[in-house]
Structures are given as C-alpha cells and as structure tokens.
Design a protein around this ligand. Structure first.
Ligand code: ADP
Ligand code: MG
Ligand code: MG
Ligand code: MG
Ligand code: MG
Length: 731
C-alpha cells in the first residue's frame, strides 16, 4: 500500500479487457480466504480512526487562501520515520486523492480498554503537530471536509490551470487541474482517467445553489436548462474531500456481520450530525455534506447502466454509483430488511454459493462484483488465488460504501473488521475525537445490550438523502427503529446481569470486548444467546491485556468483561440461520409502527415511549463499567458535546460555515464565497483548531482542550498504557 508499491498501471483498454479476469480470480480469492478465515475466533476489540487533512497556504497580503500541493513532499518526510521504526511511530501517514491532502492514523490501533478513550484526541493533536512542524509559517494543515473554493479560479499553490482539451489530461476538467491530483502514486490519475473512460464522458456532479436574494442565475457553468445548479466535473471534487473513518475489529466473522448491519442505519444519522461541507467551487449550496458529491465524482456507470438508454453492451441497470450507501445487510437478523432489489450476476452468485458461501454473504460479494476494475497494475495481473487477495481487494476497495466489511488480510494477525465511513471531518481534534469515541462506545452498547437498529435499506437510503439537506441536524426527521417493548427492559437486565457476571467471572476487568457469543448464529442452529455466550466472551478478552483497574476499591470492582449472556432467557435473539425473521419480539403487526420519523435530537437524546436515545444508552452502559475518573471525565466531555449538537444547542460545522459567510462584510447576498470570505473563514478555522479562538456556537463556552499536556493522563494510567501493546504512548 501507499507510496511503497509503485507499479505500472495498464491502459484503460487493457484494464477493460481484463475485467472478467479480475472478477473471476477475485471471486476465487474471496472463496479461498473465506474458508481459511471463517472460523477465526477470539480476536479482541481493536479500533482506529483515519483523519484526512488539507494543506492550506495563506497569502496574508493578498488575503487569499489556496490548497498547497505539498502532499508528496510532506509524505516523504513523514514516512521516513515510519521506515526507520515501523512499530514505534505514533502515527502513520498515507497519500490521498488530492496533491494537497494527507491521511493520518494512529501508529497502532487502540484497544479494548476504557482508558484508550483518553488517547484519541492526544494522538490526533500529535498528528497535527507533527505535520505542522514540516510546514512553512504561511501553511496550515486542516481537517476540513472540503476546501470551499476547490475548483474556483487559482485555487492551488503553485498555481495550475485546468486543460480540458488536452488529451493527456486525466480529468479534462474545466476547473480541477491534474496538478491537484496526488502525483506520487499512479493509482489516483489512473482511476480518474478510467472512471471517465468507462462512463464515456466526464463525471457530472450537480448541486443546487443556495438561492439568496441576489444570487445570479444561471450560475457560472450551470448545465443547460438547470440554471440553479453548481456543476462540478471531476473526480477531485469528491475524492478531494476529507472525511473521518473508523475501523473496528470484531471477535469473529459473526460479530463483524452483526456490527456491519447495526451500524449501517446509523450512517445517515452520523452524517447529519457531522455535516461540514456546504460550499463548493466558491458557492453556498443547498447541501451540507460531501456524500452525493463524492458519490457522483466516481460514478463510472455508462448511460445504459444508469438507465438512460436501453441495455445493449452492458449486463445490468445499476441503481447507485460505486461510492454510496450499502445495499444489503449481512446478518440473519438483517435479512428481512433487505428490501431493495440487489443487482448481481447469477453465475457469480452461484459460484460463491457452490464455493460454500451462505446466501447473504454471497449476494453481498456478488453485488460488489458487478463493478469492473478501474485500476489495474501490470505486476498484479497474474496471481495465486490460494494466497493472494489483490483481485478481491481491487473490487472491494473501489466499492466505497458507508460501511465496509473487511476480511483479515493475508498472513496477518488482524481479524474480521468493519469500517464506518460516513462521517465528515470536523475542525477540531476535540470534535473528531468525540465522534470517534462516541461511535466506539455505541458498538459496545449494541453488542452488550443486543440493541437492534435494523431499518429497511430503502429507508436508510432515504435517510442518506435527508441527512445532506441544509441544516438537517436541526430541521429534518429520519426513519428510525422504535425500540421494541423489551429493549429498555433488556438494557436494564443486561446491566444488572453484566455487573453480577463481571464481578463473579472477570475480576472486574473494564474491557470493551463485546458479545460475540450472543449473536444469532449463522449455522442454522438457532442457538439462544445464553448457552454459548459465556465461553466465547471469556475467550476474546485478551489474556495479555492489563485490566485498567483490576478490582480497585473506587468503583466496587464492578466490571464488564463479559457481556454475552445478557439477555434474560435467550428468546430475544434467536438466530435462524436461513435468513428469515429472527426477532421474535416484534410481530408483523407491530412491524409497520416499528419505524418512525425522529429528529436527530430524539435519536440522540431520546423520546419518551419511543426510543431511549443513543446518549442515554451509552451512559447507562457506562454505569455498569468500571471507569476511572479521568476516563469518565474525557468521555463525559464528548457525550455532552454530542448531546448538545444533537439538541441544536451547538450547531454543525456546516451551519456555522454558512453563518460565517452570510455575516461576512464582503458577502453580497449572491451565494458567492469570494477569495476574501474564503480566506477569513479558513483563518478563523485555523484559530479554532489551534485553540486560539473560542467559538461558542460550535464548541460551547467552557471547552478547553486538556490533552495538550502529558499531565492529562495520570502517571499510573500512563504506566498501564505503556505496557499495553494496543495503544500509543503520549508525547
Ligand atoms: P483503510 O484506508 O483501508 O480504510 P487504514 O489502514 O488507513 O485502512 O486505516 C485503518 C484503521 O484501522 C486505522 O485507524 C488503524 O489504526 C486501524 N486498525 C489497524 N489494525 C486494526 C485492527 N486489527 N483492528 C481494528 N482496527 C485496526
Ligand atoms: Mg486509510
Ligand atoms: Mg481513501
Ligand atoms: Mg482515506
Ligand atoms: Mg478507510
């Protein structure tokens, strides 16, 4: 991966000719890897974030901000440290699409200890400082989702001009020059060219302009007949955006499938909460999020596949871009909510089934494999399907969906993982850390309380569109699953039982491993949760892991090591193996009422008799955990922030940016974000991320980052953490 694996990309014609070769071997590789790894058990919770950043260059005399095309140079320096000490570095840096972008992750994943929540923000801050040290005084690394004037005149430094007529240009964009595509790895330009060629024309991204009283129509560059559309014509407009992603390791494949499903309906919800990108190509738009932009930016479907002309050369009509929300659930409980017809090649599906893959997973993989490869390197064409997985990964990694189901890589100690991909990048490390810790906690609550968020895919799709509307976080309503009668009882009993069990069985270890055993089994036994719960849970508590506060007096030794056998009698979560209804608590009569339209506030903070709220559920879970004071304090800050943003007391980044523009003295009520407005907005963002400027509407009055200094983590805890392999030491 990354800068090290240089290769020679094939031409589009060569790549296209090998589409079936990649598909065939990719499927073989998946079948083989599945059988090697399907029984893998006992992996502990590990998780880590990815934050993408934009390098901005300020011209303080002219009051202009531009993206600085410095990523390659920065990465060479950042990766030197990793090369010298691959295991010891506190951060890892990877290229991203833009020549002005970099992606940073922690050096190692975080692990299953509550105390790890203290490290996330500090690590993010470390990453920012590490890059900042390499920058000139007038440059700044920013975790903004989109550069507001991306694609507007002279938005890069050094200046570069688009060459739409140049046959050698990858993007041939009117606005986005090839120089703004990361030059250090051929993948990015190759993808750009091949997606355009496969589609048969440039990509077309349409955003409604935010109509203000003096907005000039047609907007510059608007398509004929659509005067209020801001048109973007290159992959860079989407893939050149930044996001915040999270990956979790599950204890086994069953837990991974379950987490994938349970998190999928939360994707639009988290997208709305993290909305941070209302400005494109220098215009305020009606959208608050990057999602549809990035989706359209890599939409390689032909006219036939998009349904504009009758099918002739292509096999299928395809409903969505290869970058979009997921189309099917993977767990038996999810099966009945797969209400959107899945497109796939019967023969591919049948090969998977004949290869021993169950229906739900087979249709998932077959559906991913309706896509052709859009990037192929000559040295990767011929592979050993028993060992290699590159052809599978080729298609898997260019299906950019809200969730990704990640099989263990070959020859590694890594287990089955799921990736949560909808969130927009936030301005401050505090916000990004809050989002990350919140989602990690949510996964623990889902597993411990056996929560069920499953919502028909069609409604999740609808929510994805709702989430992107202007100020959706405060104004819109989302389909959400009403808690079944037993959810709250289940949670209460789970808590009591977990406390009792933890006390009896696990010496009060405050680990975060969830309940693999409690998952409805895939093997058709219909095992109740009780029965196989306990044994599994103990297995996947890492033997080497140091418990945070082993039976300390402070919290009475309540821990939560094993959260498996928490349902009262197993009837709540019968697995059924054959993919039919597995949730006996909800009868079909209730099914219609099960899904209600709730506001973000109601989803996060609760609505009486409908849903207890995500934040209260997490608080309830935490009460059953042994949490030291510092960790508790860290988590509380984050929960309070999430709670307030969801309640509308704090505004989203997108809403805040709009206000900054609308209230700027230079703003002419014409939707245009001028060079000067852009400059001032980014300067203010710089002040916020450096903690020099307090913005109460975004972060509240009282917020001060505490993670600046080592002292934030108490010395005793530092020792524990240093011993633990799964986390990074503080600076
Ligand atoms: P990708 O770009 O393919 O999504 P990255 O390698 O950039 O993946 O980032 C994946 C994230 O997963 C990082 O935060 C990393 O720390 C984390 N991670 C690494 N190993 C594991 C693991 N075994 N389980 C869970 N997360 C992991
Ligand atoms: Mg990555
Ligand atoms: Mg990426
Ligand atoms: Mg990335
Ligand atoms: Mg990722």
């Amino acid at each position: 991966m990354g800068l090290l694996s240089e290769g020679s990309p094939l031409s589009w014609e060569e790549t296209e000719a090998l589409a079936n070769h990649v598909r065939e071997h990719g499927i073989n590789q998946f079948i083989n890897l599945y059988h090697r790894l399907k029984d893998r058990q006992g992996d502990i919770l590990k998780w880590g974030d990815e934050v993408e950043y934009i390098i901005v260059k300020f011209d303080d005399e002219q009051k202009v901000a531009r993206v600085a095309l410095r990523a390659q140079d920065l990465l060479e320096q950042l990766n030197e440290k990793e090369l010298a000490d691959p295991k010891g570095v506190k951060s890892l840096w990877r290229p991203e699409y833009g020549a002005y972008m970099i992606e940073g992750t922690p050096g190692k994943p975080f692990g299953g200890l509550m105390a790890h929540f203290n490290l996330v923000e500090a690590n993010m801050r470390y990453r920012r400082e590490e890059v900042t040290e390499l920058l000139a005084k007038d440059e700044c690394v920013m975790s903004i989702t989109n550069f507001p004037r991306l694609g507007a005149r002279n938005f890069t430094w050094p200046l570069a001009q688009p060459r739409p007529e140049d046959p050698l240009s990858s993007a041939r964009s009117l606005y986005f020059p090839d120089e703004a595509i990361f030059p250090g790895h051929p993948r990015f330009k190759t993808l750009t060219r091949n997606i355009r060629k496969r589609r048969g024309e440039k990509v077309s991204i349409k955003l409604k302009v935010f109509k203000d009283v003096k907005t000039k129509l047609p907007v510059e560059g608007a398509p004929p007949g659509e005067p209020d559309v801001v048109l973007l014509d290159a992959m860079g407009f989407g893939m050149g955006c930044c996001c915040l992603q999270l990956t979790f390791q599950a204890c086994n494949i069953t837990e991974a499938r379950r987490l994938y499903d349970q998190l999928a309906p939360l994707c639009p919800i988290m997208l709305a909460l993290t909305a941070a990108s209302p400005i494109y190509r220098g215009y305020l738009t009606e959208s608050d999020c990057r999602w549809n932009v990035i989706s359209s930016s890599v939409d390689c479907r032909t006219e036939e596949e998009r349904g504009l002309v009758p099918l002739d050369k292509q096999k299928f009509r395809i409903a969505k871009s290869r970058y979009d929300s997921i189309d099917s659930y993977l767990s038996p409980e999810g099966a009945k909510y797969n209400d959107v017809p899945l497109t796939y090649d019967e023969a591919v599906y049948q090969r998977l089934v004949d290869g021993g893959i169950d229906h739900l997973l087979a249709q998932h993989v077959a559906h991913l494999f309706i896509r052709d490869t859009v990037s192929l390197f000559s040295e990767k064409v011929h592979q050993n399907d028993n060992e290699d997985t590159d052809h599978f990964e080729n298609i898997q990694s260019t299906n950019w969906q809200t969730m990704r189901f990640k099989p263990p890589p070959p020859n590694s100690s890594i287990g089955w993982r799921v990736e949560f991909r909808p969130c927009e990048a936030q301005i401050s490390d505090f916000e990004n850390a809050a989002i990350v810790c919140f989602v990690v906690l949510l996964t623990r609550v889902i597993l411990s309380y056996q929560l069920n968020f499953l919502t028909p895919i069609s409604k999740v799709d609808e929510n994805m569109q709702t989430a992107q509307k202007r100020d959706a976080c405060r104004k819109e309503k989302f389909w959400f699953r009403k808690s079944s009668k037993t959810t709250e009882q289940r949670a209460a009993k789970a808590k009591a039982q977990a406390q009792a069990q933890a006390h009896a069985q696990t010496n009060g270890k405050a680990t975060l491993n969830g309940g693999g055993g409690g998952v409805a089994s895939e093997n058709g036994n219909g095992l109740a949760v009780n029965g196989n719960g306990n044994g599994n849970g103990i297995d996947h508590v890492d033997k080497e892991e140091q418990p945070l506060t082993n039976g300390s007096a402070k919290m009475n030794g309540h821990g939560h090591g094993d959260t498996n056998g928490i349902t009262t009698n197993g009837s709540a979560t019968n697995g059924s193996g054959n993919g039919t209804d597995s949730d006996h608590t909800d009868t079909d009569d209730e099914e219609n009422e099960l899904f209600q339209l709730l506001s973000i506030n109601e989803i996060f903070n609760g609505k009486t008799n409908v849903f207890p709220g995500l934040v209260p559920l997490i608080r309830s879970y935490l009460q059953s955990m042994e949490v030291d004071t510092d960790t508790h304090c860290t988590i509380e800050q984050y929960l309070r922030f999430i709670e307030k943003r969801a309640a509308g007391e704090l505004i989203t980044t997108a809403t805040w940016m709009r206000e900054q523009v609308l209230n700027h003295p230079d703003y002419k009520q014409d939707s245009v974000v001028s060079e000067r407005i852009n400059y001032d907005l980014l300067k203010r963002i710089q002040g916020i991320q450096e903690g020099k400027h307090v913005e109460p509407a975004l972060l509240g009055q009282g917020y001060h980052s505490k993670t600046k200094t080592k002292d934030f983590i108490p010395p005793a805890l530092q020792k524990q953490l240093a011993k633990n392999g799964g986390c990074c030491e503080e600076k």
